[in-house]
Design a protein. Sequence first.
Length: 303
Amino acid sequence: MNPIPIIQTQKLCKQFDKFTAVDSLDLNIYKGDIYGFLGPNGAGKSTTIRMLTGLIFPSSGNIEIFNQSLKENRVSIMNRIGAIIEKPDFYTYLSAIQNLEMLNKLQAIQLNTKQLYEVLELVGLKGREKSKVKTFSQGMKQRLGFAQALMHNPDLIILDEPTNGLDPQGVKDVRELILKLNKEQGKTILISSHILSEIEIICNRMIILQQGKKVVEGKVNDLLNYNELHVSFEFEDDTEVSAFIKQHDLLSKKLIEVTHQRYHFKLLSSEVAMVNKLFIEKGFEVNSMIPVRSLEDYFLNMT
């Protein structure tokens, strides 16, 4: 069964005077994706998101969302999108429910008070509905931003750096909320973030941009190739270890680098235990064995 496209761009470009922020970008996001949008600062992530949400217009190229041209169907498409672009702003002297009530009056389809309370409960603000926003932590304000984005029950949620400025607990709360919206409500989510570990945990597909161009796009598991690991071994005494590795055909081929008493190998997951056994049988005392295969490694290699 072919996946249902939610966002498709063809040769999308955005220029500011002589500077090209986004360069011939082809993008494919499918129904049910949690799609990671990655790239160093200035890669074109925020510019692309602003084009997708109709905040700025492309210089050239096409955007289709829900199989409709954004240029020709902007209003109907935007009615099906919820977005948090940068930091959400609210009237801090008003309560959470009062802020939502004001926003609710601007919607084409308005919610009743019970429904507004249900939205606040969904994002984890039950019991704080009548608290003034000025008493909220940054994480709670971010949750209220999610409530604002979800009021009209969108099919697509677009998040630009949703964990910026949050402490570890706030990051965890946002992560759990994104997963809940995807798994329990079937929301398709596009998330731009510089926290690579978060993208690795929650996203099933991703793209990496550099200088406005697509470097790579695909399934996270396929791109990271979890079958291949960087494994470091640290020894109590490595006096004879180096010579042993040089003499051993497999180990010498798999060795990447040596730092202090730590030896770094590129191994298949099925080879890790075997290599560890080789060292133990030779009488070497292994202090630690650390496998690493992270999105950070992949990201740095690609960019």
